[in-house]
Design a protein around this ligand. Sequence first.
Ligand code: 89Y
Length: 343
Amino acid sequence: ENGRTLKFAVLGTGFWAGYQLAGWHELAGVQPIAFYNRTIQKARALAEHYAVENVYDDVDELLDKHAHELDFVDIITDVSTHAMLTEKAAARGLDVICQKPMATTLEAAAAMVEACRAAHVALYIHENFRFQAPIRKLKEILLSGVMGKVFKANVAFCSGFPVFDNQPFLKELDEFIITDIGSHVLDVTRFLFGEAESLYCHTARINPEIKGEDVANVLMRMRNGISCYVEMSYATIKEHESFPQTLVTVEGEKGTAILLNNYEIRVTTREGTNVTTASPQPYPWIDPAYAVVHASIVDCNRDILESLQGKKNAETTGIDNFETMRLVHAAYQSARENKVIFI
Ligand code: 89Y
């Protein structure tokens, strides 16, 4: 590592920020120097842990005092403030990393892309599911050609994990699972199978204690002809709980690949079945209940950092993630209007 250390501010120090910072800590050449949080006590606890001296409950004050020494901001607030914070940082000439889901509406997501373009700053979305070890391995298998031409796939995130215990604000969202999990699994679907041409979606709310939908079934026709069935649910009772894993079945003309619980990928051709395991890196700070997601934070951050350092293009830019947001919002429109949406 020969470049200078990039300095960043964290905007939002809630549940996710601790893991995001631990993820940054695994990488050389990057350092947090200021934290903002609406409730300052939460920011102070994390600041102490990372020896960060600058802590604010006013984001404008943070930017006034530190924009000159910052390279980028890492936005880790809930979705409702993403556009506003992105616009503030861009206006100061700072590159922006923002957690998924990008924004509450497609219009707000477009405004984020435009604000960053106009200010000549980079915009990245921290979308980590496509960086999960088993998803990367599955992509490698698809590219190897062993399965032949793929004709259909199932991408599933169905769970009964008590997700609202750690993230209670998710209960209050009018639009829940397609924004929270659909943003991930629809992005994984794009990563594995390409861009969608059309989509049809059903939604349901099973848990009476939440505002939004907790079940969504999305059927997509991809531009390359592959038919993808993407399912998500937080109302599923399973013998073997799979949270937070995305399980995938891919069928090709020469074989079928199945990504199972516990990171196992079984590839069956007419010759027989090959089994590989792609487990996440066991970083010591990982919460085992979130292992595959927490480990992928490091890979997602590395991809973005190498782009900030001018070494490569990042995968999850604002422009790229806007295509995932298009699918999220098309799914809601389809469910509302009970019709196929052409992308
Ligand atoms: O917020 C969600 C995410 O991004 O991954 C899993 C999660 O924490 C709960 O659905």
